[in-house]
Design a protein around this ligand. Sequence first.
Ligand SMILES: Cc1cc2nc3c(=O)[nH]c(=O)nc-3n(C[C@H](O)[C@H](O)[C@H](O)COP(=O)(O)OP(=O)(O)OC[C@H]3O[C@@H](n4cnc5c(N)ncnc54)[C@H](O)[C@@H]3O)c2cc1C
Length: 460
Amino acid sequence: MGKQAIVIGASLAGLCAARVLSDTYDRVTIYERDELPDGPANRTAVPQGRHVHLLMARGAAEFEDLFPGLLDDMVAAGVPMLENRPDCIHFGAAGHVLGTKTTLKREFTAYVPSRPHLEWQIRKRALAIPNVVLVKTSVAEPRYDPARERVTGVLLQAGDESSAVPADLVVDATGRGTRLPVWLEQWGFGRPTEDTVDVGIDYATHQVHIPEGVIKEKVVVAGASHDHPVGLGMLLYEDGNWSVTTFGTGKVPPPQNLAEIYELADTLLPPHISAALRSGEPIGEMAFHKYPTSRWRRYDKMDRFPAGIIPFGDAVVSFNPTYGQGMTMTSIQARNLRAVLEAGEQDLAARLFRATKKTTWPVWTMNAVGDLALHNATAEHVPWWYIRVGKLFDQFLGAAETEADLAEWFLRRFSLLDSLYMVPDARTLGRTIRHNMGALIAEKRRSLRSAPQRDRVSAP
Ligand SMILES: Cc1cc2nc3c(=O)[nH]c(=O)nc-3n(C[C@H](O)[C@H](O)[C@H](O)COP(=O)(O)OP(=O)(O)OC[C@H]3O[C@@H](n4cnc5c(N)ncnc54)[C@H](O)[C@@H]3O)c2cc1C
């Protein structure tokens, strides 16, 4: 029969895991409980797909590595491609609009597929792999052998032994709602501890058709800030329509109807973009989604873990979605899985947890700093340096409004390209300090010049 792997969940994480496992296992079976459409369409079990999804440039490259030809096919299907075109991106981060030049010194390409389109393209490719099969049914739970302290397969929908399917490895790619912590507790391993940040995010989205050519931008981001806790993202997708997502942070409600979206756009966006939005044709109904908490399940900290099972994708870590990193971080988990499998299957879970901790930590930590310092989030344990670093970063973003090199540095790091660490090097920091000192001195000079005039005017 050969080596068998089972993947629970055929969303982005499950499909990427299946792709990687197909190199090592003779047969990979994916079980999915949801109806999977034949084309790019929203799914009931993936409600977030109705809201704006940014694909980072790093994620595009990682997905292409897993599924060669994917990016060309997406572009052929109409997915916007921005080849070294920062002038097609309006990017406001925490209240600062980045001042990139029209082209970047170090070129990169961004792709703008909708979430359903990307999943469909990846699904087609994953299911075309000869040793990967998809079965439409729900998994009740993994099958656990206490004597060997290992998972030996799964029990399907019925949940009894008659539905047992054996496997050498089970991958839990069931998303944020994973039940693995409960099963681990039942099997005597205890639950993993969790790092959480209560971000209190509330999404509201409307689709709008704006005639081609009215605006040159294809990506419009106006992130929330401390003083303005509601943000907005607008992406032009492959169907020629704009997905317009608004979001409140720190439990602040987003717009509840289109008129309120227009009002928000007037306050956050340049007039030519908000005017284009108002002149567009609304399509369908508003969609809403709540995302209360970012969550990292710390499997890497568990002393004991059963053999034969690994969690994957959002089931391990679910990032604040307003930073647009979840799919890209899943693609990086797939890179980690590939690397640990290539080194053998001994101690697979522990080695994967270590690798994923390494790639998760920098992104998770910088998100938490931003959330707690700039977006009114709360958490149980906040290291003392988070708020200070957050304020320094706010100053960096202020300098990036007019310093093109700093703006480019931020855009590349935000796209998870050069490094997962959002830490400026000494040269970049030096530029920030010089810029901010210059701005401070200019401001002082301006107020000194205007002071005597005020005195003269007010003298009797
Ligand atoms: C509002 C919102 C906006 C987001 N925006 C972005 C963004 O801009 N950019 C970005 O990169 N990421 C974004 N993300 C994150 C992104 O959606 C996820 O990281 C990505 O979908 C990967 O998820 P996943 O495959 O791990 O889980 P999911 O997509 O949640 O899929 C889990 C799958 O498992 C199946 N399943 C569950 N239980 C069972 C079972 N027992 N048996 C069989 N099947 C089962 C489900 O039906 C589903 O298909 C956003 C998330 C949210 C919530």
